[in-house]
Design a protein around this ligand. Structure first.
Ligand SMILES: [Zn+2]
Length: 81
């Protein structure tokens, strides 16, 4: 089964050890969740600030793309007089 190797590895992934600087430079840190992310993969309109539109939404209370379509909350059916 599992071969126990002396040291406990702190979840060291076998992934290739990337040069740290290069990776970090290419990545931004989300203002809300503090995670590093690739701006090009962000679904947020403010992709240089948030990792996803969910963070944008959660932080601002609205999304920028939502603003474009925002309308005043109008009651669906106007009550017949
Ligand atoms: Zn985030």
């Amino acid at each position: 089964m599992s071969t126990l190797i002396g040291d406990r590895s702190d979840e060291e992934s076998p992934a290739a050890p990337l040069p740290r600087n290069a990776e970090i430079l290419a990545m931004l840190r989300c203002t809300r969740c503090k995670l590093s992310y690739m701006p090009s993969k962000s679904t947020s309109t403010l992709r240089l600030t948030y990792c996803s539109f969910l963070c944008e939404l959660g932080d601002l209370g609205f999304s920028m793309s939502g603003l474009e379509h925002m309308q005043r909350a109008i009651p669906e059916a106007p009550a017949p007089a």
